[in-house]
Design a protein around this ligand. Structure first.
Ligand SMILES: [Zn+2]
Length: 496
């Protein structure tokens, strides 16, 4: 399932569940704008599905890079929003999207198609602008009663055809579903006015955050051109959701080149990669190495290195090591990585070294690398996760609990740490604490209902001390209140 499909799914659910009881009373959905809690509810609904999809890139090195980039751009806004999250989807179509509730997704193929960090920043800035300007919330709220009614009618037809069960009706069902999906799609595509506004706001963010503003126009122009040449199979996805015209590109260029708009970006060199951060280049190389089959990844990275006649870029050497590990050529991966680790290393190199050793069950050596790495690079979540995970696997959960006890006092937003803590509690036979930690993880993954269930399970268990039990009870009260708010928002939207 691609992110686009995922993105549509809950809205289809919305129409279908409304249709299940006959044509629904559409309430005030059509007339009012969505409240913030309604937006958050829809956004969380969608993210819950996306986060468990295999295409969701749950890699802290990649996630942290994109979050850092997004945060830097967002900080340049007049009124920055702090609740926006940024993620990568492994998908070979070129696309990026913003969802209401504040979620920005970038397809891996779009990421690797960018040639400079400013180009990527341009795309992210444009998506941030859609969120800041509430374009999608406006589109959804702007649906007329008759449009929602026709969607609901289609949903009823689909339900009826599902009951038929013959092969013929399945074809009808598929046709109807795609017709409906297309109809919703058309309603959610941004208008040209939205696009122009997102370009304008996005360019301002890009300039203020210190990127090369020409990156945005250059990348969009390249997409438009490649779409005509059909050079990249995925280009149309982005162009379908973000209507792109030559006028838009001319507008952008005009803003960049004329005073009064965006200052001229004369200090930058347009030469490829001149101002790219090393993190950008590493993440891009990793995504390239992870695309396609393992052998395709190896071939791609070898070809990149063969093109580099003078210097072998360190990121491409790293990418080749990543690809070789994927292809389970551990010796090849290790030997490729080795020269990069001589002298001052990088957390990504140490993480990969630990992974290659752990893959070969050389746990003690892997642990030594992780332990040193966590000390040298305390900000690297990837090294920390690898270290704690291996400690649990090696039967040292008490060391994990001791470490996390300290760490979770200050770091409260890393879901993976709570998941590791839950596993460590399980391994040490402390079920109440285990369910409590699982609840914290689920809450942070946007699944309130499951979080509440974990706490209810914990309450029913015997053997907790007074402090532990009352702490679980007070957390349960808090999360139940949040869940009630979420349900009220869902009810107002008629999704249930
Ligand atoms: Zn757009």
């Amino acid at each position: 399932m691609t992110a686009r499909n995922l993105f549509l799914a809950p809205l289809i659910t919305l129409a279908i569940s409304a249709g299940a009881q006959g044509l629904p009373d559409l309430g005030d959905v059509s007339s009012a704008t969505l409240s913030e809690s309604q937006e958050r509810t829809i956004g969380n609904r969608i993210m819950r599905d996306i986060r468990v999809d295999p295409a969701f890139v749950d890699d802290p090195e990649i996630a942290d890079y994109l979050t850092g980039l997004g945060t830097r751009l967002m900080a340049a806004a007049d009124i920055p929003r702090r609740d926006v999250d940024y993620f990568v989807v492994q998908d070979d179509t070129v696309n990026a999207f913003a969802m209401i509730g504040g979620h920005i997704g970038v397809h891996s193929a779009l990421f690797t198609l960018t040639q400079t960090e400013s180009e990527l920043a341009g795309v992210v800035a444009h998506e941030i602008a859609h969120i800041l300007q509430k374009h999608q919330a406006r589109s959804i709220a702007g649906q007329t009663r008759s449009q929602w009614a026709s969607l609901a009618a289609l949903a009823v037809a689909i339900l009826a055809s599902q009951k038929g069960g013959s092969q013929g009706s399945q074809v009808t069902e598929a046709a109807m579903t795609s017709a409906m999906a297309m109809q919703i799609q058309n309603q959610l595509d941004y208008t040209r006015e939205h696009e122009r506004e997102a370009d304008r706001v996005g360019l301002t963010l890009l300039e203020r955050a210190g990127f090369d503003t020409r990156g945005m126009a250059a990348f969009f122009e390249r997409m438009l051109r490649s779409n005509r040449l059909s050079e990249y199979k995925g280009a149309p996805s982005y162009l379908r959701t973000h209507p792109l015209t030559t006028e838009r590109i001319a507008d952008m260029q005009d803003r960049i080149e004329h005073p009064g708009g965006i200052p001229k970006a004369g200090v930058f060199s347009a030469a490829k990669g001149s101002y790219d951060s090393f993190e950008y280049r590493l993440v891009r190389a990793k995504l390239r190495a992870n695309a396609g089959s393992p052998s395709e990844g190896v071939a791609l990275m070898r070809a990149s290195l063969a093109d580099a006649t003078v210097v072998r870029p360190r990121e491409d050497v790293y990418g080749l090591a990543v690809a070789l590990r994927r292809a389970r050529d551990f010796a090849g991966a290790w030997n490729t990585l080795a020269p990069l680790r001589e002298g001052p290393s990088h957390p990504a190199f140490e993480r990969l070294a630990g992974q290659i050793l752990a893959d070969q069950k050389r746990d003690a050596e892997a642990l030594a690398i992780y332990k040193a790495g966590v000390k040298s690079f305390p900000e690297s979540r990837a090294l920390l996760h690898g270290y704690l995970d291996l400690l649990i696997q090696r039967g040292q959960p008490r060391d994990v609990l001791a470490d996390l006890d300290e760490r979770l006092r200050t770091t409260v937003d890393d879901v993976r740490l709570y998941e590791l803590q839950a596993r460590a509690y399980e391994a040490t036979g402390r079920p109440i604490a285990q369910h409590r930690a699982q609840a914290e993880a689920l809450y942070r993954r946007g699944n309130l209902q499951a979080a509440v269930q974990q706490l209810e399970t914990a309450i029913r268990m015997k053997g907790g001390d007074f402090y532990e039990t009352s702490s679980v009870e007070s957390r349960l009260r808090e999360l139940r209140t949040l869940l009630e708010n979420e349900r009220a928002a869902e009810k107002a939207l008629k999704i249930s």
